[in-house]
Design a protein around this ligand. Structure first.
Ligand code: FMN
Length: 168
């Protein structure tokens, strides 16, 4: 049986809001949504599907709460865990580092043996560079609540359906 946990790192509340919207679309309960700063190995291991969200700050940096969270996840047995990454960024003002935080989580976690799900084609986005792009796809779902908030509902609905299909 799939047990899904959502963890978010969010400075001004945008990524937290998206985490709640994903839970709403999927029909997950409040208890399945966690701030990344509350992560423990036992909590992570209680889920076989982790949906991890981060915004990007500075110039292509991970959201603050994930620095410790990444260390914890690296100490966790993720060999039977599927991980879906999402992130919030600004593709206009930060076109060279658009949603780099997603790429940082991917790079940090890829040696853990987890399986990544929820890749997204880059076609529908306007940006210059992002380390979240690997083999021509984003390694998760990028969202831009600054410039493209009108596209978010559809992107989320599509992504949740994609995840459901990938884990079935
Ligand atoms: C000082 C600053 C730096 C930022 N740097 C980036 C960046 O490098 N790449 C990016 O895609 N977005 C960047 N952003 C945009 C934020 O990631 C975006 O506003 C996001 O929605 C914030 O989400 P949060 O409230 O969950 O932290 C930056 C925003 C600010 C104010």
């Amino acid at each position: 049986m799939n047990n899904i946990g959502i963890f978010y790192g969010s400075t001004t509340g945008t990524t937290e809001d998206i985490a709640r919207r994903i839970a709403g679309i999927w029909g997950l309960s409040e208890t399945q949504i966690h701030d990344a700063s509350t992560l423990t190995p036992a909590l992570a291991e209680s889920y076989n599907i982790l949906i991890l969200g981060t915004s990007t700050w500075g110039s292509g940096e991970l959201q603050d709460d994930w620095y410790e969270g990444v260390k914890i996840l690296k100490k966790t047995d993720l060999s039977h865990t599927s991980i879906a990454l999402f992130g919030c960024g600004d593709s206009d003002s930060y076109a060279d580092t658009f949603c780099d935080g997603i790429g940082i989580l991917y790079e940090e976690l890829k040696e853990t043996g987890c399986q990544f799900i929820g890749m997204t084609p880059t076609d529908a986005y306007t940006f210059d560079t992002s380390i979240a792009v690997v083999d021509n796809s984003f390694v998760g779902l990028p969202l831009d609540e600054v410039n493209e908030y009108g596209k978010t509902d559809e992107r989320l609905a599509h992504w949740v359906e994609q995840l459901k299909a990938e884990i079935s």
